[in-house]
Design a protein around this ligand. Structure first.
Ligand SMILES: [Mg+2]
Length: 170
């Protein structure tokens, strides 16, 4: 339950062929520190480009975020993709709603995020594939930083190290 299917160094490195290989037809993506660095207020150009590439490849994206601020919805609106906010991940409700929006079964969907106890655990609980990426920024909420220390204890090494390894392998 606490092990993602794959690690990547960033969302931009996750390309359609790899997703198709995993049987993925749609994506549920975390917002904070996965698409939008905590210390910035705009989504980086490279991430926007990645989202466009997914859409062009026929891979729909839905955001699922625990964030309850208006900014989260505004960001999703700007990007032109649906969002289920105030998600209370890892609880399943928001993921199930996102799956309905995307119109796919859990096995056909990958959950992509930077946290083990919200994104990966939540995705696995509903039967989705999971991909973990390192946080874009070291800035985060105090309780998230605490969870990250627990994550590294469980995973032995940091997700960043593993992602680096994976990207250098291929
Ligand atoms: Mg996050």
């Amino acid at each position: 339950m606490l092990k993602p299917d794959r690690f990547f160094a960033s969302v931009e490195r996750i390309q359609p062929p790899v997703l198709r290989e995993m049987g993925v037809r749609a994506l549920i993506v975390d917002l904070d520190n996965t698409l939008l660095p905590r210390d910035r207020d705009t989504v980086p150009a490279s991430v926007r480009e990645w989202l466009r590439a997914m859409a062009e490849d026929g891979l729909p994206v839905c955001l699922v975020s625990n964030n309850w601020h208006r900014r989260a919805r505004e960001t999703a609106h700007e990007l032109g993709i649906p969002i289920v906010a105030k998600a209370i991940k890892p609880l399943p409700f928001a993921f199930l709603r996102a799956l309905r929006i995307l119109g796919v079964r859990p096995r056909e969907c990958v959950v992509i995020g930077d946290q083990l106890f919200t994104d990966v655990l939540g995705g696995r609980l509903v039967g989705c594939r999971t991909v973990m990426v390192p946080p874009q920024s070291s800035h985060d909420l105090p309780h998230t930083l605490l969870l990250r220390r627990l994550e590294s204890l469980i995973m032995g090494r940091s997700a960043a190290d593993r992602a680096q390894e994976e990207s250098s392998c291929g």
